[in-house]
Ligand binder design. Structure first.
Ligand SMILES: C[S@@+](CC[C@H](N)C(=O)[O-])C[C@H]1O[C@@H](n2cnc3c(N)ncnc32)[C@H](O)[C@@H]1O
Length: 527
């Protein structure tokens, strides 16, 4: 059944009224979320959009975000804000301009400078340190090796996703689906919550006209009528997003898409191949599809996908006319979905959002998963239950940081699931076999490294030092202090690394991770 129009002025008004109540209570973050929801529900050409923009401008004014305030006043005026009330906006506009002249305005532009590659980038793949090489062998398949000794704290890759989708829920919010009202569905940036809605559905916002146009001409037209279902479907959403974007690469002509795939059926590209660096979308697609090439091609059930393809006439027609081809691509994408998709974590823009949650004493829990993404380099990293790198998200990028010293010639290992200290070997191995199809024989598995409660203390004074640091870290909010601590801890870890896995070094690793999370904390948040 074709989806019905879901815009509703009634819901839009109710959201705006709720936003107004929150605004009076100075709960500015939640007020904007409600105004954004109101925008998404406002029927085309109704006053509701203008009213929501106008009210959002009031929040930005209070927050001294004058540029955003002015932008929202303009949006209000061009979206049917009642002319009889223009004088209110004009007054706010004038005040804003005067304040901008006379005062230092708040801004959120101070990029963290910390995240830079520790080595020069590859000539054609500048996001990855040039000391990293792609290797292949029978046991590990493709894997990444360093040709230089790497130190703890080295940043060896800063990677953008090639495909990404937003995740609907924000676990700290009582507002259902609230993440979609906080971030651009195309690039996942929150843009200080200054977002514009999709004109057709109620669960998609964009940070700019550019993202809106890109999304609408490339994939959103397929997902828009079924967005509610897709947002609830987790990994299936990214699988379909990759498929829809791929179709758009070939101007929505499936015959061209088929021809391209047939012509390249023997091509086994990775992100390292030089011509990928041209970032042509079809090459990125080939590198994505080749992620599935080493695994045994299981026949996965397509039942759920077939159901989705019956939801709109466009999708129905696509399925009817190209069932064999689409099934083949979906089979590959399901393997990628199960194996190569990473969650993207980010801080909330709500100040003290976590303080209400007593159990959240550890900054590693402060970030929430805001989306799922496919990263072409990170997906080439193999697993160890005692990894030597750590993945961190900053501005939706995957940042790869060395967490234990790695000698030249050694492989870089990520951890796909629980590390050795958090789960017993039998359970880890069973999970890895079931989900990733290999029997883990990492050093932790081979040497029966103990879980946390059985770890030995080797250096009592170091343990005392790390616990003290560990306990004060959740309250560490200054990113400059966090950077300093991070460097200090990396040096201490390196000095003692031969004792790994001792109890104190595991806690120290946690301190290092917590520093990194503190560094990524936004400098500006809404109350
Ligand atoms: C994300 S991919 C990593 C890159 C992969 N080696 C390749 O060639 O595409 C995950 C897959 O790599 C293989 N793999 C990862 N870690 C491994 C390990 N420690 N030992 C053997 N195979 C591993 C498994 O086939 C797993 O499903």
């Amino acid at each position: 059944m074709e989806s019905i129009l879901r815009k509703s002025n009634k819901i839009s008004e109710a959201c705006r009224n709720e936003g107004n109540r929150l605004y009076i209570k100075k709960k500015f973050f939640d007020a904007i979320l409600k105004y954004n929801e109101s925008l998404c529900y406002s029927e085309n050409k109704s006053e509701n959009a203008g009213m929501a923009y106008a009210n959002r401008s009031a929040v930005y004014f209070e927050m001294k975000l004058y540029k955003n305030c002015l932008r929202n006043i303009e949006l209000a005026k061009s979206h049917n804000y009642p002319e009889k009330n223009f004088h209110i906006l004009n007054k706010r506009e004038e005040k804003c301009q005067n304040l901008m002249k006379n005062s230092q305005t708040m801004n959120n532009d101070d990029e963290v400078n910390f995240f830079k590659l520790s080595y020069e980038g590859h000539k054609n793949l500048t996001s990855v340190a040039n000391c990293l090489e792609l290797k292949y062998d029978k046991k590990y398949g493709r894997h990444i090796v360093t040709n230089k000794d790497l130190s703890v704290g080295d940043i060896v890759a800063i990677e953008d996703p090639v495909f990404q989708v937003i995740k609907a829920d924000d676990r700290y919010s009582t507002c259902y689906n609230s993440n979609v009202y906080q971030r651009c569905s195309n690039c996942l940036n929150e843009n200080l919550l200054d977002l514009i809605p999709c004109e057709s559905c109620t669960k998609t916002m964009f940070c700019s006209e550019k993202c809106k146009n890109y999304s609408q001409s490339n994939y959103h037209k397929y997902e828009c009528p079924i967005i509610d279902e897709l947002l609830q479907s987790g990994i299936k959403h990214i699988i379909l997003k990759i498929l829809f974007e791929s179709i758009s690469i070939f101007n929505h002509n499936i015959e061209n898409f088929k021809r391209f795939i047939n012509d390249h059926s023997e091509t086994n590209l990775t992100i390292f191949q030089t011509f990928i660096s041209s970032k042509k979308r079809e090459n990125l697609l080939l590198a994505t599809l080749s992620l599935s090439s080493v695994t045994e091609q299981n026949e996965n059930s397509l039942e759920d996908f077939i159901k989705i393809f019956q939801k709109t006439s466009t999708l129905k027609l696509l399925w009817k006319d190209h069932m064999g081809f689409i099934s083949g691509i979906l089979q590959k994408l399901i393997i990628i979905g199960n194996r190569d998709i990473h969650g993207i974590g980010s801080w909330s823009l709500r100040q003290n959002g976590i303080e209400n949650h007593e159990e959240l004493k550890n900054p590693s829990q402060y970030q929430q998963i805001i989306g799922n993404a496919c990263f072409l380099f990170s997906s080439l990293l193999n697993h160890s239950c005692a990894p030597n790198i750590k993945r961190l998200n900053y501005k939706n990028k995957n940042i790869i940081i060395v967490s234990r010293p790695i000698k030249a010639g050694q492989q870089l290992f990520d951890s796909y699931r629980q590390n050795f200290n958090l789960q017993v070997k039998e359970e880890r191995q069973e999970n890895l076999l079931k989900h990733y199809g290999f029997k883990c024989d990492c050093e932790a598995c081979m040497n029966n490294w103990p879980i946390n409660s059985q770890l030995k203390v080797i250096d009592e004074s170091l343990l005392e030092y790390v616990w003290e640091s560990h306990d004060e870290l959740p309250y560490l909010i200054d990113s400059k202090i966090a950077e300093k601590r991070f460097r200090e801890y990396c040096i201490v870890f390196t000095k003692h690394h031969a004792d790994f896995p001792s109890a104190e070094l595991i806690v120290l690793q946690e301190c290092i991770s917590n520093c990194l999370l503190s560094i990524t904390k936004p400098s500006f948040q809404f109350p």
